[in-house]
Design a protein. Structure first.
Length: 157
């Protein structure tokens, strides 16, 4: 989900562990030379999802790394099946926290919503099927240090 901390936790883990980090949204922005919002407005959701998938393939076939994906990436094509072949963590936050974190962000899927809480509820309920396919689920509200310990014990030992 947008705002759950994927990018910030990945950056933190990369700094703490030395594991290279790939952020799929940043990779898309570099490839296209535009922001995610500009890309979305220009080529629409289907075009954006196709770009995401190409970045996912490039990442899977690249050097070992910690990957932070956009919130919708697991929910399209067979992306979650591909991701599940690797260690995948779903960062699970309450709708209230997601609303708080996304209140002032310009996100394409929430931009037109009159009621952002309802939009987040609907979006989250539609995506949970894919998210819960991840072999690991973690609550980012537990903090970065706890996630670092979780990461080290599950993926580095």
């Amino acid at each position: 989900m947008p705002g759950c901390g994927k990018s910030s936790l990945a950056t933190f883990l990369g700094k703490e562990t030395g594991v290279p980090v790939v952020d799929t949204d940043h990779e898309i922005e570099k490839l296209a030379g535009s922001s995610v919002s500009e890309i979305w407005n220009s080529i629409g959701e289907n075009g954006f999802r196709a770009l995401e998938r190409s970045i996912l393939f490039r990442t899977i076939n690249g050097p070992s790394s910690l990957v932070s994906t956009g919130g919708g990436l697991p929910c399209f094509f067979d992306n979650m099946a591909l991701m599940s072949e690797f260690d995948t963590v779903f960062l699970d936050l309450s709708e209230e926290v997601l609303l708080d974190r996304n209140q002032n962000r310009d996100l394409p899927l929430l931009r037109e919503a009159e009621n952002k809480m309802e939009a987040i509820r609907v979006l989250r309920s539609r995506r949970l099927f894919w998210y819960q396919a991840a072999p690991y689920i973690f609550d980012p509200e537990l903090g970065q240090e706890r996630f670092l310990n979780f990461f080290k014990s599950h993926f580095l030992d």
